[in-house]
Design a protein around this ligand. Structure first.
Ligand code: DLL
Length: 420
């Protein structure tokens, strides 16, 4: 679709969304009225940046069903995320929303080269988490064959990879790495795989290279969040040059996280999404907390959709050590880029002493890389950290769910054996 055509579609859909929110009369409708907007006709596309935001706090305040824009009996499914801060975030879908979600995940799979008849080995967790069921429905909508593995039981996954000879692997990037290792350990064959669609957690180009070394695939990034729909909000194509945002259904902006003002294309900002076509839980300018930059302009694949960079980190994942702000993915880039350690790591914030210490736990591939890595972390990130090398295979691998990159050590035993 040309960008002009899409802009017209977005405008039309945005008006409809504003009408529905005002009519539903919930927190978002009230905010619109307070801003002097009585309906869609009052909104010009350029006005998007002055419409009110919505946040995760709104979902928590109205938990579980307070932000529904349809009667409760039209809700066909609920999903959500367990939430790192211990509070669940629940989202609702009508039948039409489930259809939209399947179509978006089908698009993502086809972006990665899958098509009717492809076999998709789906190792995202099934359940409330959107990864498993979202990709599953997308594969079915595409006319592919889905193998609903869910996470964990790695030996069985290795067996299925060899027996069913899938074309596409879908799971978290950390689990892709674990599976790749397990295939090698078992001397098994994963040679049928051509592509992987990995997301649900931040991962760097360096981790991509590590995955592509252990599995015979092109590793693509897929992004999404439950509040917006789940996986299928944005995906890389085979060019691996940014994630195409499905802008006809998810209007994207990047804003300065502290002021909320738009940032220029190419500048990292907090991603903000508007969902003009969702029914059960339509969101206006939802603040994701995810930091990435946007690019407009056609991709070599021919798609005209805006592209987002890989997510640099979540605003609330940032660690502050002695005044230096770092995202775990920046540490990942230094560690994996060095070639001195295996691609598994965990950061331990030791809060037992008054001045927090940062320990970087990893596994050396040869020799003792501790001094060298500490110097590189200091040089590249300005970060003072103690690098700790653990025996091969002992840094925790994520078998189920999202990789835990940062743990805190308050009182009690060390979170990883061998730390002091
Ligand atoms: O993680 C949806 C998903 C499932 C996306 C499978 C991709 C694949 P939530 O559990 O609600 O939904 O978590 C959403 O995860 O705000 C980001 O912080 C992070 N995230 C998701 N995808 C990526 C990615 C699913 N590709 C939160 N890169 C989001 C970096 C990601 N972070």
């Amino acid at each position: 679709m040309s960008t002009d055509e899409r802009a017209a579609l977005q405008r039309h859909r945005l008006w409809g969304l504003v009408d529905r929110l005002v009519a539903a009369g919930g927190v978002q409708g009230r905010r619109l009225k307070d801003a002097g907007i009585g309906g869609g006709a009052d909104v010009m596309p350029a006005d998007l940046a002055r419409l009110p935001f919505s946040t995760k706090q709104d979902l928590w305040d109205t938990y579980p069903f307070g932000m529904l824009a349809v009667p409760r009996d039209q809700v066909a499914a609920v999903h959500g995320s367990s939430g790192t801060q211990g509070r669940p975030t629940l989202v609702a879908y009508t039948k039409a929303d489930l259809g939209l979600w399947a179509a978006m995940c089908a698009r993502s799979l086809s972006c990665a080269g899958a098509g009717p008849g492809s076999i998709v080995h789906n190792a995202y967790g099934y359940g409330l988490f959107t990864g498993g069921i979202g990709i599953h429905q997308g594969a079915v909508a595409l006319g592919a064959t889905v193998v609903p593995m869910s996470g964990g039981m790695t030996q069985r996954q290795v067996r299925m990879l060899a027996d069913l000879r899938p074309d596409v692997l879908t799971c978290t990037p950390a689990y892709a790495l674990r599976l790749g290792e397990a295939v090698a350990e078992a001397g098994a064959d994963a040679g049928s795989l051509k592509a992987g669609l990995f997301g649900a957690e931040p991962w760097t180009q360096e981790l991509r290279a590590a995955i592509e070394r252990v599995l015979p695939i092109k590793a693509m990034d897929i992004y999404g969040l439950s509040e917006i729909i789940g996986p299928g909000v944005a995906t890389e194509c085979l060019e691996q040059d940014g994630l195409h945002v499905n802008e006809d259904h998810f209007i994207v902006e990047a804003v300065d996280p502290s002021t909320g003002e738009p940032v220029e294309d190419g500048t990292p900002g907090e991603l903000v999404f508007t969902t003009p076509t969702k029914q059960a839980l339509p969101l206006l300018r939802y603040r994701t907390g995810d930091i990435a930059s946007l690019e407009r302009g056609e991709c070599a694949c021919g798609r005209t959709l805006a592209r987002m960079s890989k997510v640099l980190g979540r605003a609330d994942d940032m660690i502050v050590v002695r005044g230096v702000n770092v995202y775990p993915s920046e540490v990942e880039r230094v560690l994996l880029g060095s070639g001195l350690v295996a691609p598994h790591y965990q950061l331990v914030v030791d809060g037992r002493a008054p001045a927090a210490r940062l320990l970087v736990a990893c596994e050396a591939v040869a020799g003792d890389p501790r001094e060298e890595l500490a110097a590189r972390l200091h040089e590249t990130l300005g970060l003072t950290a103690e690098v700790v090398t653990l025996p091969a295979g002992t840094v925790p691998r994520a078998e189920v769910g999202k990789a835990v990159r940062v743990v805190t050590w308050e009182d009690g035993p060390a979170p990883l054996p061998g730390l002091q």
